[in-house]
Design a binder for this molecule. Structure first.
Ligand code: PLP
Ligand code: COI
Length: 341
């Protein structure tokens, strides 16, 4: 199969329409048979639940070309399951796990020419999403939904790739206590946009959001979880009910313990203890692991000892091991890799 003629090494993290996407409709209490389509547009009733009350959830995962030329995805069963949790929390029908995985295989196969080559630095980002397509005017869940999945080739989420970034402690919250911070609902991201633009306007790359109840513990950024490395080489990640359970973070904690022999701990992390850490990173499908060099807290600079020039040594080891597993250079734990082609 001939690949598309793209400058793979220089694509950013942006949307590029590809050949085919998957669509399935939910009506009269059941999911219809899904199909692939070349049509990238969605036509909706003016009163659709997504447009009026933001009833939507989504996922994000990637397809990789491995060293031996196969096309694989990484732990897609966990994306299918998280999307089922998101749908339930938003009073939407769940899209069954096996159908999610079948749709994924179909979409990636149909767009194989868009999967970036091994070693190019780019990957194929896959975006499953589901929204209320039926009309609602009183506040209630819709009766009709659409599940879709498209793909787009992407490069690094943060410009500069592995260069450490600078965060600011946000004055805004991305989630509410007992709210929807732990599910992947589009409304959480709408909530974070003002904070995002405010941080950018002040010259910061991203926000550090604090726990919405007490504003004393570290939560996450708008699109990634945190990992911290102590001066003794222990990997620490924040524990909270209002952060998204990142599949990358869960995988990294496993890799840290079982591949690198590091101590791993998930616990509440206080903002005031940040300066004790040697390294800090943002982790997620899009971010992979992006090192954080500095956090700006209202006039106070918290600098990690790994500095602003390169990834800290433990973060680098985690990065190399995780991407090695994803690209087929390092043997994966049982069930982590789904081979598509
Ligand atoms: N946190 C938020 C708010 C996100 O949007 C994402 C991206 O999916 C993550 C964390 C990382 O999750 P994952 O590793 O499953 O992509
Ligand atoms: C991801 O990492 O897949 C995300 O969804 C983060 C961001 C692009 C919203």
């Amino acid at each position: 199969m001939e690949k598309k003629n793209l400058d793979w090494g220089n694509i950013g993290f942006s949307y590029m329409p590809t050949d085919m996407r998957y669509v399935a409709d939910y009506k009269d209490g059941a999911w219809g048979e899904g199909r692939l389509t070349s049509d990238s547009t969605v036509v909706l009733n003016e009163c659709a639940g997504i447009l009026q009350y933001c009833q939507e959830c989504f996922e994000g995962l990637k397809a990789y070309t491995t060293e031996d030329g196969s096309i694989v995805t990484f732990r897609p069963d966990l994306n299918a399951e998280r999307m089922m949790d998101s749908a339930s929390r938003l009073e939407m029908p769940v899209f069954p796990r096996e159908r999610f995985l079948k749709a994924l295989d179909q979409v990636v196969k149909a767009n194989a020419a868009w999967v970036p080559p091994y070693g190019s630095g780019a990957t194929l980002y896959i975006r499953p999403y589901m929204f209320a397509s039926g009309p609602v005017i009183g506040v209630k869940p819709s009766d009709e939904y659409q599940f879709r999945m498209f793909v787009t080739p992407v490069g690094p989420y943060f410009k500069g790739g592995a260069k450490p970034i600078t965060l600011c402690v946000s004055d805004f919250d991305r989630a509410a206590p007992h709210g929807t911070g732990h599910v992947k609902a589009g409304l959480n991201y709408a909530m974070s946009l003002h904070a995002h633009e405010t941080a950018h306007a002040s010259g910061f790359d991203e926000n550090m959001f604090l726990d919405p109840a007490t504003r004393t513990y570290v939560e996450e950024t708008g699109g990634a979880n945190f990992i911290f490395i102590t001066k003794d080489g222990e990997v620490v990640t924040p524990k909270s009910d209002s952060i998204l359970p990142s599949i990358t973070r869960r995988s990294l904690m496993y890799v840290a313990e079982h591949y690198l022999g590091l101590k791993v701990t998930q616990r509440p992390v206080k903002l005031e203890e940040l300066q004790e850490f040697a390294e800090c990173g943002l982790c997620g499908t899009a971010a992979v692991i992006s090192p954080v060099g500095k956090v700006f807290d209202h006039g106070k600079e918290i600098c990690f000892s790994s500095g602003m020039e390169e990834m800290g040594p433990v973060t680098k080891k985690l990065y190399d091991t995780l991407t090695g597993i994803q690209m087929g250079r390092i043997e994966a734990p049982e069930g982590w890799i789904r081979k598509i082609l």
